[in-house]
Design a binder for this molecule. Structure first.
Ligand code: ADP
Ligand code: MG
Ligand code: MG
Length: 952
């Protein structure tokens, strides 16, 4: 039992709820209430709260009896407003039953329209409307929807031979259309539809073993029950796991008086965005269909029309408005669906040849007629409401509307999904329009969304030289290349083997989520811009092309036929998700260039002005450093020197060094490495001139350098002129049972001081040489894996000695600092001692997580997935900083370190440096900077700004 009332009413300008009550009323219900209160025309209705859903689930799937009276009362109120009664045979009230959680999510029950229509009530409606065709059309729609979502899906019935009841009913309808020689649903007559309804009754009874409920109250009850039940459906649960949504949210149910877009040519239905969700441009953007109901627009059964002239001129119009809509799942692709896809392909081609009107030309006149032209009055009203909604919600809205006999009704509004580029543009422009503040603009863009602007794209020069093997709709930005996998399972298996994968399917469904997740790019033969694949890809900012109707995918055999050739699983292809093209083989990808985007530059400028936290990058090569610098990095927080040793040529010298018997022999071997290292450091210090570069001394376990097979051992023995047996024995000696906790980090430099000496010399000689050339090189030497201050002091002495030597020898003075990584618990615990020597700290949160949990980073794969699945851990601690445990150590390190050395510079250089949640934490505990991979730099900059705003 709960204290809140179970049913919230809305209608005639007054509502019990409001937009703030999304937790209780769900997003849809809360906003229907809000729109009602704003005086926007909304059909009356009521929302059953999420608390009732939780109660329903708690008691094992029974609708609480106390609800009955409230529902009856609400139905009477609705009936009074529209002049009808639920179940009334003369003036029947029909309703829609719509699920609605806090935010729209796949797997929830799809909406059922026209509930309350029965053999009896339909006679009343026919008598009243004098429009039997419309009434019978509504009836067959109710049966299709209800049988599908309430009687089959919600009951968890797995259809035999994969053909559900809806497919059977659709087949019946298609057969009838064929017999009547018509192509459009709207061409079926009342008599046709009456026959169809009768046939439907029989098919439903036969397929599901139950009659279709011919009673209004039974229909309503069944639909409400199905909504609650869908919360725990397979798809819904899977989605919540992936997105980390708590099971306790529950869903609300909205029951709303029907308005009809299918009564004839003065009626219509449509969807729109108050601004273009693909570009962010401030133009009203949408699609509509005359004489249609509900989801017709996005289901791809008929080709939707552009809302206005602006949308008609947009390349790719016709289905573009579907972009970004959070539909609960793509409908089966029909023939008409493919027609839509083909129309768009033509339009994309038109756009490419420079004609903005390619799309319009390819489309029949009638099909391109806009709502603006066809129903100017209703359109004008819609434009007015667009303004009301934007200035009320201060954000782009995704709306649904229906026009019944010329009168406009609003059925939904919610904050519209948008891609990264559009999010940035809208935020900046809305701040310019005075709709939101600059601070709000900074908050508006999710840091991860910037990822899309940072996407690699196919080198246009290389792309110009090849012909696409297929074309489809550009559903997810950027370029991607990889090997073909035709099932989610294969994609996962190949990705596990370290391959980059392009998932190619006829269409995707929520069951494919795991394969889509690991794929570099997604390609589907069917589906439009609102298909499952398109929505998921857009959500993740993943490269994706859908509706490539020219390809044939045989998912069983694992083959893809395209452009007259057959490609097998494992063959490489390249996908251009910005243009909608597919190529054989792999094309070179170019790094992203967000700086060419003026809106992005503006927003990032605002963000940089409010953030306190600096952002550095982890980079080991000059090219990466340059890329990061272009993305706004303010220095390097971590240069790993490992690869400088593992290079083919250099490793030989390293091996010589390791197996050498005397310090002298070791020095000789290392002397060969010195020039390489010096050159590497010069490159990086130069790329970052004027900014600090933290160089970490050698870190990996020693034995990794002598991981040799018999042949390699023999060859090395020859070079070293020692017996193979002796070498083999030395290598065996180096073997460790637990290398992660073995001879690595500063332990190497302590036992082999020559290594640190050589590295220090390389850094300082590079610095001196650059400084001579007036290049402002600023090195910071970082000693890894320190646990005691004595370890650090040992290494510091070497570094300072060599620095003095180089200064003396070159006659050049240069600045440098010596600091350490804090990456084992003991270092954090004794940070006050360590800070007496260290001039800076950098938290190596990868190792610190490893050593705090005692989880081997290299072995977590064997248990972590299950930990996450069973919620033993809330998130992968190597991705999102574990604030409670690891975070406490970090905080302690900061506190003790700064107590011993006020103003101690402190940063973080683990993977967490680019994770927005972890960035927020770093800001809060007063770190000076975060360091992350080059592509995360802009994300960290924005996250740091948001953290600073949150602090105010
Ligand atoms: P979703 O979350 O999938 O969009 P909705 O319930 O919003 O689910 O939508 C299903 C379709 O039915 C939409 O096109 C919507 O506009 C339409 N619809 C919902 N309720 C009504 C109603 N009372 N009258 C007319 N159409 C409706
Ligand atoms: Mg909707
Ligand atoms: Mg480490």
């Amino acid at each position: 039992m709960t204290d809140t009332k179970p049913v919230y009413f809305f209608g005639e300008g007054r509502a019990d709820g409001n937009a703030k009550m999304k937790d209780l009323l769900g997003g849809k219900g809360a906003n229907l209430a809000e729109m009602t209160s704003l005086g926007i025309p909304v059909p009356p209705g009521f929302t059953i709260t999420t608390e009732v859903c939780n109660e329903y689930l708690r008691v094992g799937g029974v609708i609480p009896a106390r609800l009955d009276a409230d529902i009856e009362e609400a139905l009477v109120r609705m009936g009074r407003i529209v002049g009808a009664g639920f179940g009334d045979p003369v003036r029947p009230l029909l309703v829609s039953v719509r699920s609605g959680a806090r935010s729209s999510m796949p797997g929830m029950m799809e909406t059922v329209l026209n509930v309350g229509l029965t053999t009896k009530t339909r006679e009343g409606l026919i008598a009243r409307t004098q429009n039997p065709r419309f009434v019978l059309d509504a009836h067959r729609r109710l049966m299709m929807m209800y049988a599908d979502v309430v009687m089959e899906k919600a009951q968890g019935i797995e259809p035999e031979e994969g053909e559900g009841v809806r497919a059977r009913l659709e087949r019946e309808m298609t057969a009838l259309k064929k017999k009547r020689r018509v192509t459009d649903d709207t061409e079926l007559t009342a008599a046709d539809l009456e026959k169809l309804v009768a046939a439907f009754h029989a098919i439903i009874r036969k397929t599901l073993g139950k009659p279709f409920p011919d009673d209004p109250r039974e229909q309503l009850r069944g639909a409400i029950d199905a909504v609650f039940r869908s919360w725990n459906g397979k798809r819904a649960v899977a989605y919540r796991r992936i997105e980390g949504i708590p099971d306790a949210w529950g869903t609300a149910v909205n029951v709303q008086a029907m308005v009809f877009g299918n009564t004839g040519d003065r009626s219509a239905t449509g969807v729109a965005f108050t601004r273009n969700p693909a570009t962010g441009e401030n133009v009203f953007y949408g699609e509509w269909l005359p004489n249609a109901q509900g989801e017709d627009v996005v289901a791809g059964i008929r080709t939707p029309r552009p809302l206005n002239r602006a949308a008609a001129e947009e390349p790719g119009a016709g289905s573009g408005a579907g972009a970004g809509r959070g539909k609960k799942g793509a409908r089966k692709a029909t023939v008409a669906h493919r027609v839509v896809a083909r129309g768009l392909v033509a339009s994309a081609a038109g756009a490419m040849t420079g004609s903005r009107f390619g799309a319009a030309a390819a489309r029949a006149d009638e099909a391109s007629s806009t709502l603006e032209d066809s129903m100017p009055q209703a359109y004008g009203e819609l434009v007015r409401i667009r303004g009301v909604l934007e200035s009320h919600f201060h954000d782009m809205q995704d709306i649904e509307f229906t026009i019944e006999d010329g009168v406009l009704w609003m059925l939904q509004t919610r904050t519209g999904k948008r891609n990264g580029a559009a999010a940035v543009r809208m935020a900046v422009e809305m701040a310019g329009e005075g709709l939101i503040s600059r601070d709000e603009a900074i908050r508006r863009v999710r840091p991860e969304q910037l990822d899309e602007l940072l996407h690699r794209r196919i080198d246009p020069k290389a792309e110009a030289r090849v012909k696409p093997i297929a074309r489809g709709l550009p559903a997810g930005p950027g370029g991607g290349t990889g090997v073909i996998a035709t099932t989610a399972e294969r994609a996962e298996a190949l990705a596990k083997k370290g391959k980059t994968v392009v998932l190619v399917r006829n269409e995707t469904s929520p069951e494919d989520i795991h394969g889509m997740h690991v794929a570099e790019a997604i390609l589907t033969a069917k589906g439009g811009m609102t298909s499952h694949a398109a929505l998921v890809a857009r959500g993740w900012g993943k490269c994706c092309v859908v509706g490539a109707s020219g390809i044939e995918v045989d998912e069983r055999r694992g083959t893809v036929r395209a452009g007259g050739r057959t490609y097998k699983e494992g063959d490489t292809i390249t996908v251009n998700g910005t243009r909608g093209t597919v190529y054989a083989g792999s094309l070179p990808l170019l790094p992203a260039d967000p700086e060419s985007n003026a809106h992005y530059r503006e927003l990032m400028g605002w963000a940089d002005a409010v953030r306190r936290l600096r952002v550095r990058t982890n980079a080991d090569r000059p090219e990466d450093a340059a890329q990061a610098r272009a993305f706004g990095a303010e220095g390097i927080g971590l240069t790993r020197t490992e690869h400088m040793f593992f290079d083919e040529k250099r490793i030989q010298a390293m091996r010589e060094m390791i197996v050498a018997e005397t310090a002298g022999a070791r020095r000789k071997a290392l002397a060969k490495l010195l020039p390489y290292q010096r050159r590497d450091f010069e490159g990086i210090l130069k790329a970052m001139q004027g900014l600090p570069v933290t160089i970490r001394f050698l870190d990996p376990p020693l034995h990794e350098f002598v991981n040799l097979d018999a042949k390699q051992t023999a060859r090395l023995a020859r070079v070293l002129r020692i017996p193979v047996r002796q070498l083999a024995a030395r290598i065996a000696q180096l073997h460790e049972l637990n290398p992660m906790l073995g001879h690595r980090g500063c332990r190497l430099g302590i036992t082999y001081p020559e290594i640190s000496e050589m590295q220090a010399r390389a850094v300082f000689e590079a610095t001196a040489s650059l400084r001579k050339k007036k290049v402002d090189a600023i090195p910071e030497i970082m000693i890894p894996l320190v646990g005691t201050v004595t370890e650090l002091a040992d290494q510091e002495a070497i570094v300072r000695r060599v620095a003095e030597e180089v200064r003396r020898k070159t006659g050049v003075d240069f600045p440098y600092t010596v600091g350490t990584m804090i990456e084992v618990p003991r270092a954090a615990i004794t940070a006050d001692k360590i800070a007496q020597v260290a001039e800076f700290f950098s938290f190596g949160t990868n190792d610190l997580t490893q050593t705090t949990y005692g989880f081997s980073r290299d072995d977590v794969g064997s248990f972590l997935p299950e930990y996450l699945e069973r919620r033993i851990l809330p998130a992968d601690p190597f991705q999102t900083l574990d604030r409670e445990g690891v975070g406490t150590l970090v905080e302690m390190g900061v506190r003790k370190g700064r107590a011993a050395r006020p103003g101690l510079k402190i940063g973080i250089c683990g993977e967490h440096g680019g994770d927005p949640a972890s960035v927020r934490f770093c800001h809060r505990i007063g770190l000076d900077y975060v360091s992350c991979s080059p592509f995360r730099v802009p994300i960290a900059r924005l996250a740091a700004a948001q953290a600073a705003l949150e602090d105010r």
